[in-house]
Design a protein around this ligand. Structure first.
Ligand code: ATP
Length: 257
Protein backbone atom coordinates (compact mmCIF):
# COMPACT_ATOMS: atom_id res chain seq x y z
CA UNK A 1 0.00 0.00 0.00
CA UNK A 2 1.28 3.50 -0.83
CA UNK A 3 2.58 5.41 2.12
CA UNK A 4 4.31 8.66 2.93
CA UNK A 5 5.94 7.56 6.18
CA UNK A 6 5.10 4.30 7.83
CA UNK A 7 6.61 2.60 10.84
CA UNK A 8 5.75 -1.05 11.05
CA UNK A 9 5.95 -2.98 14.31
CA UNK A 10 9.10 -1.25 15.53
CA UNK A 11 10.90 -2.82 18.49
CA UNK A 12 13.97 -1.20 20.07
CA UNK A 13 15.88 -2.95 22.82
CA UNK A 14 18.78 -1.54 24.81
CA UNK A 15 20.20 -4.59 26.54
CA UNK A 16 17.37 -5.85 28.73
CA UNK A 17 15.25 -2.71 28.30
CA UNK A 18 12.58 -2.59 25.60
CA UNK A 19 12.34 1.14 24.89
CA UNK A 20 9.88 0.80 22.00
CA UNK A 21 7.60 -2.18 21.62
CA UNK A 22 5.57 -3.14 18.55
CA UNK A 23 5.11 0.49 17.56
CA UNK A 24 3.40 1.36 14.29
CA UNK A 25 2.60 4.76 12.83
CA UNK A 26 1.51 6.15 9.46
CA UNK A 27 1.81 9.76 8.40
CA UNK A 28 0.07 11.28 5.41
CA UNK A 29 1.43 14.27 3.50
CA UNK A 30 0.56 17.61 5.09
CA UNK A 31 -0.38 16.16 8.48
CA UNK A 32 0.63 17.68 11.80
CA UNK A 33 0.87 14.87 14.32
CA UNK A 34 1.90 14.95 17.98
CA UNK A 35 3.77 12.16 19.73
CA UNK A 36 3.26 12.40 23.47
CA UNK A 37 3.80 10.29 26.56
CA UNK A 38 5.37 10.41 30.01
CA UNK A 39 9.14 10.74 30.49
CA UNK A 40 11.03 7.73 29.19
CA UNK A 41 8.06 6.49 27.14
CA UNK A 42 10.22 6.03 24.02
CA UNK A 43 9.34 9.16 22.00
CA UNK A 44 12.88 10.29 21.18
CA UNK A 45 13.83 6.70 20.41
CA UNK A 46 11.08 6.69 17.75
CA UNK A 47 12.62 9.87 16.26
CA UNK A 48 16.05 8.23 16.33
CA UNK A 49 14.68 5.25 14.41
CA UNK A 50 12.99 7.40 11.75
CA UNK A 51 16.09 9.54 11.22
CA UNK A 52 18.68 6.76 11.18
CA UNK A 53 20.37 7.63 14.48
CA UNK A 54 19.43 4.13 15.63
CA UNK A 55 18.51 0.87 13.92
CA UNK A 56 15.50 -0.97 15.31
CA UNK A 57 15.88 -4.42 16.82
CA UNK A 58 13.01 -5.40 14.53
CA UNK A 59 10.36 -3.72 12.39
CA UNK A 60 10.55 -1.61 9.24
CA UNK A 61 10.52 2.09 8.37
CA UNK A 62 9.12 2.99 4.96
CA UNK A 63 9.40 6.41 3.39
CA UNK A 64 7.78 7.21 0.05
CA UNK A 65 7.56 3.47 -0.59
CA UNK A 66 11.25 2.85 0.04
CA UNK A 67 12.49 0.75 2.92
CA UNK A 68 14.82 3.10 4.79
CA UNK A 69 15.24 0.95 7.90
CA UNK A 70 18.75 1.34 9.29
CA UNK A 71 20.03 3.72 6.60
CA UNK A 72 22.63 6.16 7.96
CA UNK A 73 21.31 9.52 9.17
CA UNK A 74 22.85 11.60 6.37
CA UNK A 75 21.18 9.46 3.71
CA UNK A 76 17.81 9.81 5.40
CA UNK A 77 18.26 13.59 5.59
CA UNK A 78 19.10 13.60 1.88
CA UNK A 79 15.86 11.70 1.23
CA UNK A 80 13.85 14.53 2.79
CA UNK A 81 13.52 13.91 6.53
CA UNK A 82 15.04 16.50 8.89
CA UNK A 83 14.86 16.88 12.65
CA UNK A 84 15.62 19.03 15.64
CA UNK A 85 16.93 17.73 18.94
CA UNK A 86 15.58 17.79 22.47
CA UNK A 87 18.96 18.97 23.69
CA UNK A 88 19.89 21.78 21.37
CA UNK A 89 22.78 20.74 19.12
CA UNK A 90 24.10 23.94 17.63
CA UNK A 91 27.73 24.83 16.99
CA UNK A 92 27.83 27.29 19.88
CA UNK A 93 31.04 29.05 18.79
CA UNK A 94 30.01 29.47 15.18
CA UNK A 95 27.82 32.32 13.98
CA UNK A 96 24.11 31.88 13.51
CA UNK A 97 24.61 32.19 9.74
CA UNK A 98 27.41 29.61 9.68
CA UNK A 99 25.25 27.17 11.63
CA UNK A 100 22.64 27.26 8.86
CA UNK A 101 25.26 27.23 6.09
CA UNK A 102 26.63 23.96 7.46
CA UNK A 103 23.23 22.34 6.90
CA UNK A 104 23.15 23.62 3.31
CA UNK A 105 26.62 22.20 2.85
CA UNK A 106 25.45 18.75 3.95
CA UNK A 107 22.40 19.15 1.81
CA UNK A 108 24.27 19.65 -1.46
CA UNK A 109 27.24 17.52 -0.39
CA UNK A 110 29.52 19.91 -2.26
CA UNK A 111 32.87 18.46 -3.26
CA UNK A 112 35.27 18.86 -0.40
CA UNK A 113 38.27 18.80 -2.76
CA UNK A 114 36.90 21.94 -4.42
CA UNK A 115 36.67 23.62 -1.05
CA UNK A 116 40.21 22.53 -0.16
CA UNK A 117 41.62 23.93 -3.38
CA UNK A 118 39.53 27.08 -3.09
CA UNK A 119 38.39 26.70 -6.70
CA UNK A 120 35.81 29.02 -8.30
CA UNK A 121 33.24 26.21 -8.01
CA UNK A 122 33.59 26.25 -4.23
CA UNK A 123 33.36 30.06 -4.03
CA UNK A 124 30.17 29.92 -6.07
CA UNK A 125 28.89 27.14 -3.85
CA UNK A 126 29.64 29.15 -0.72
CA UNK A 127 27.74 32.12 -2.13
CA UNK A 128 24.80 29.85 -2.85
CA UNK A 129 24.88 28.46 0.69
CA UNK A 130 25.13 31.96 2.16
CA UNK A 131 22.17 33.23 0.13
CA UNK A 132 20.08 30.18 0.99
CA UNK A 133 20.99 30.42 4.67
CA UNK A 134 20.07 34.12 4.79
CA UNK A 135 16.68 33.31 3.27
CA UNK A 136 16.03 30.68 5.93
CA UNK A 137 17.12 33.08 8.68
CA UNK A 138 14.73 35.68 7.36
CA UNK A 139 11.91 33.15 7.35
CA UNK A 140 12.67 32.37 10.98
CA UNK A 141 12.96 36.03 11.93
CA UNK A 142 16.62 35.54 12.91
CA UNK A 143 18.30 37.82 10.36
CA UNK A 144 19.37 40.36 12.98
CA UNK A 145 21.32 37.64 14.81
CA UNK A 146 23.15 36.34 11.70
CA UNK A 147 26.63 37.44 12.81
CA UNK A 148 26.22 36.54 16.49
CA UNK A 149 27.60 33.38 18.05
CA UNK A 150 24.84 30.77 18.20
CA UNK A 151 25.64 30.01 21.83
CA UNK A 152 25.00 33.63 22.80
CA UNK A 153 21.38 33.64 21.58
CA UNK A 154 18.54 33.58 24.08
CA UNK A 155 17.20 30.06 24.53
CA UNK A 156 13.99 30.58 22.56
CA UNK A 157 15.95 31.90 19.58
CA UNK A 158 18.33 28.92 19.77
CA UNK A 159 15.32 26.66 19.36
CA UNK A 160 14.26 28.65 16.30
CA UNK A 161 17.78 28.36 14.93
CA UNK A 162 17.55 24.58 15.32
CA UNK A 163 14.44 24.65 13.16
CA UNK A 164 16.24 26.92 10.66
CA UNK A 165 19.04 24.36 10.38
CA UNK A 166 16.56 21.57 9.78
CA UNK A 167 14.78 23.63 7.10
CA UNK A 168 18.06 24.21 5.29
CA UNK A 169 18.04 20.52 4.41
CA UNK A 170 14.84 21.13 2.35
CA UNK A 171 12.84 18.42 4.10
CA UNK A 172 9.39 17.12 3.23
CA UNK A 173 9.01 15.72 6.73
CA UNK A 174 10.15 17.70 9.76
CA UNK A 175 10.51 16.06 13.17
CA UNK A 176 10.54 18.49 16.08
CA UNK A 177 11.70 17.17 19.46
CA UNK A 178 10.21 19.37 22.18
CA UNK A 179 10.33 22.58 20.13
CA UNK A 180 8.60 24.64 22.83
CA UNK A 181 10.79 23.46 25.74
CA UNK A 182 12.06 26.42 27.74
CA UNK A 183 9.97 28.94 25.83
CA UNK A 184 7.73 31.50 27.51
CA UNK A 185 3.99 31.54 26.63
CA UNK A 186 4.43 34.29 24.04
CA UNK A 187 7.31 32.48 22.34
CA UNK A 188 5.27 29.27 22.38
CA UNK A 189 2.34 31.00 20.72
CA UNK A 190 4.61 32.46 18.05
CA UNK A 191 6.16 29.03 17.52
CA UNK A 192 2.74 27.49 16.87
CA UNK A 193 2.02 30.20 14.30
CA UNK A 194 5.41 29.69 12.71
CA UNK A 195 5.00 25.92 12.41
CA UNK A 196 1.64 26.37 10.65
CA UNK A 197 3.14 28.99 8.34
CA UNK A 198 6.15 26.83 7.44
CA UNK A 199 3.98 23.80 6.79
CA UNK A 200 1.86 25.76 4.34
CA UNK A 201 4.71 27.55 2.62
CA UNK A 202 7.02 24.55 2.22
CA UNK A 203 4.33 21.84 1.99
CA UNK A 204 5.79 20.20 5.07
CA UNK A 205 4.52 17.33 7.12
CA UNK A 206 5.34 17.62 10.83
CA UNK A 207 5.67 15.08 13.61
CA UNK A 208 6.41 16.65 16.97
CA UNK A 209 7.19 15.55 20.50
CA UNK A 210 6.09 17.95 23.18
CA UNK A 211 5.33 17.98 26.89
CA UNK A 212 3.40 21.28 26.76
CA UNK A 213 -0.09 19.80 26.51
CA UNK A 214 -1.82 23.08 25.77
CA UNK A 215 0.53 23.58 22.81
CA UNK A 216 0.02 20.02 21.51
CA UNK A 217 -3.74 20.03 21.93
CA UNK A 218 -4.15 23.34 20.14
CA UNK A 219 -1.71 22.66 17.32
CA UNK A 220 -1.93 18.98 16.37
CA UNK A 221 -4.64 17.40 14.27
CA UNK A 222 -3.84 13.90 15.45
CA UNK A 223 -2.01 12.62 18.50
CA UNK A 224 -0.31 9.34 19.23
CA UNK A 225 0.41 8.38 22.84
CA UNK A 226 3.29 6.21 23.99
CA UNK A 227 3.67 4.67 27.42
CA UNK A 228 6.52 2.31 28.33
CA UNK A 229 7.29 1.91 24.62
CA UNK A 230 3.73 0.88 23.69
CA UNK A 231 1.23 2.90 21.71
CA UNK A 232 -1.70 3.27 24.10
CA UNK A 233 -3.91 5.68 22.17
CA UNK A 234 -4.30 7.58 18.93
CA UNK A 235 -6.88 10.17 17.95
CA UNK A 236 -7.90 13.79 17.80
CA UNK A 237 -6.90 16.07 20.70
CA UNK A 238 -10.45 15.77 22.09
CA UNK A 239 -10.37 11.96 21.92
CA UNK A 240 -6.96 11.84 23.58
CA UNK A 241 -7.95 14.19 26.41
CA UNK A 242 -10.93 11.98 27.23
CA UNK A 243 -9.08 8.66 26.91
CA UNK A 244 -8.92 6.88 30.29
CA UNK A 245 -5.69 5.01 29.41
CA UNK A 246 -3.97 8.31 28.65
CA UNK A 247 -5.21 9.97 31.83
CA UNK A 248 -4.00 6.95 33.79
CA UNK A 249 -0.54 7.00 32.14
CA UNK A 250 -0.10 10.68 32.95
CA UNK A 251 -1.48 10.46 36.48
CA UNK A 252 0.88 7.54 37.09
CA UNK A 253 3.82 9.57 35.88
CA UNK A 254 2.84 12.53 38.09
CA UNK A 255 2.57 10.23 41.08
CA UNK A 256 6.08 8.88 40.46
CA UNK A 257 7.60 12.25 39.56
N1 ATP B 1 21.05 4.85 23.97
C1 ATP B 1 20.34 4.33 24.97
N2 ATP B 1 20.84 3.33 25.73
C2 ATP B 1 20.15 2.79 26.74
N3 ATP B 1 18.90 3.18 27.08
C3 ATP B 1 18.34 4.16 26.37
C4 ATP B 1 19.03 4.80 25.29
N4 ATP B 1 18.22 5.75 24.75
C5 ATP B 1 17.09 5.73 25.48
N5 ATP B 1 17.16 4.78 26.45
C6 ATP B 1 16.10 4.42 27.40
O1 ATP B 1 14.95 4.10 26.62
C7 ATP B 1 13.76 4.60 27.24
C8 ATP B 1 13.06 5.54 26.30
O2 ATP B 1 13.83 6.75 26.18
P1 ATP B 1 13.41 7.96 25.28
O3 ATP B 1 14.47 8.99 25.39
O4 ATP B 1 13.06 7.48 23.92
O5 ATP B 1 12.07 8.45 26.01
P2 ATP B 1 11.24 9.79 25.82
O6 ATP B 1 9.80 9.39 25.74
O7 ATP B 1 11.78 10.57 24.67
O8 ATP B 1 11.52 10.52 27.21
P3 ATP B 1 11.57 12.09 27.60
O9 ATP B 1 10.18 12.61 27.47
O10 ATP B 1 12.01 12.04 29.03
O11 ATP B 1 12.55 12.73 26.68
C9 ATP B 1 14.21 5.25 28.55
O12 ATP B 1 14.08 4.29 29.57
C10 ATP B 1 15.67 5.58 28.30
O13 ATP B 1 16.40 5.59 29.50
Amino acid sequence: MNSFLSLEKIVVQFGGLTAVNDFSLRLEPGELVGLIGPNGAGKTTVFNIITGFLSPTSGRVRWLDHDITGLPAHRITALGIARTFQNIRLFANMSVLENVMVSFHHNVRSHSWQAMLGTPGSAREERRQRTGAMQVLEEMNLTRFAAEKAGALPYGQQRRLEIARALAASPRLLLLDEPAAGMNPLETMELARLIRHLMKKYKLTVLLIEHDMKFVMRLCERIKVLDYGHSIAEGTPREIQDNPAVVKAYLGSVKHA
